[in-house]
Design a protein around this ligand. Structure first.
Ligand code: NDP
Length: 247
């Protein structure tokens, strides 16, 4: 028996674009009550209206995942609006790839703050509530770059390896409290993720083009939904989804 996610309360970070936005639309179609978070409030508002127009339920809260207080306030908003939190999708992320000798140390800091600390603050914001209810599902978005390290990917991959390590540790400590933890590791998806790259050598590499068709946000939304909908006794530890043509 698949789990019916109709009525489940799910927080999605990074919902203003790409994978998070696609996940919001799919989960709303399935009847989930969504709490949408990102920094760009105008985009969240637009998405909320679109979801409501299609008959779904969503609220939004402008949130910077690098702020502990804002993440805590996000979880509190979910409880005050809908009474509970059934799921958290820790999806917000940045990918300013660069060669290490360019010393883009501010960008290293940003990736650590958003991709690692943001995930930790998300976990901290919902874990007490989920443990108390003995119910919940935390989905952390890692990457193929959390399995292998390409040129220019040293720090980004470091953050995504960390997301997998944190998720596995969380799983082992909470599975017996009826909390499920899932890692989703996408390959190349067509989103705005590469917009933050400032290293011209990496931009050139990207512009030379990849000889395969990228995934769409909805392809990863399907993986998120698959994990959420499994029967209660089934835990999906990790899903790796790559473009069929990506080596
Ligand atoms: P996008 O750039 O399209 O989306 C990133 C999202 O993260 C935006 O909604 C952005 O919202 C949000 N975000 C960034 N910084 C913050 C912050 N400080 N606080 C709150 N939200 C923030 O990229 P994707 O959809 O591709 O990325 C989603 C996740 O998927 C990331 O974790 C990424 O690493 C991962 N991933 C993506 C792959 C790809 O090929 N695209 C492959 C593998 C993994 P805003 O700017 O409004 O705050």
């Amino acid at each position: 028996q698949l789990t019916n996610i109709n009525g489940k309360v799910i927080i999605i970070t990074g919902a203003s674009s790409g994978i998070g936005q696609a996940a919001a639309k799919l989960l709303a179609d399935k009847g989930a009550k969504l709490v949408l978070a990102a920094r760009r409030e105008d985009r969240l508002k637009e998405l909320q209206l679109e979801i409501e127009k299609a008959g779904g339920t969503a609220v939004f809260k402008a949130t910077d995942v690098t702020s502990r207080e804002q993440m805590k306030a996000l979880a509190e908003e979910a409880v005050s609006q809908f009474g509970q939190i059934d799921g958290l999708v820790n999806n917000a992320g940045l990918m300013p790839l660069s060669y290490m000798n360019k010393l883009k140390i501010d960008e290293w800091d940003q990736m650590i703050d958003v991709n690692i600390k943001g995930v930790l603050y998300g976990i901290a914001a919902v874990l007490p509530h989920m443990e108390e209810r003995r119910q919940g599902h935390i989905i952390n978005i890692s990457s193929l770059a959390g399995h292998e390290v390409g040129i220019g990917h040293a720090v980004y991959s470091g953050t995504k390896f960390a997301v997998r390590a944190i998720s596995e540790g969380l799983r082992k400590e909470t599975y017996d409290k009826n909390i499920r933890t899932t890692i989703i590791s996408p390959g190349a998806v067509s989103t705005e993720l590469s917009n933050t790259i400032t290293d011209p050598d990496i931009i050139d590499m990207f512009n030379s083009g990849e000889p395969f068709t990228f995934l769409e946000g909805k392809d990863i939304a399907n993986a998120i939904c698959y994990a959420l909908e499994q029967p209660e006794y089934v835990a999906v530890d990790e899903v790796i989804v790559r473009p069929a043509g990506q080596p």
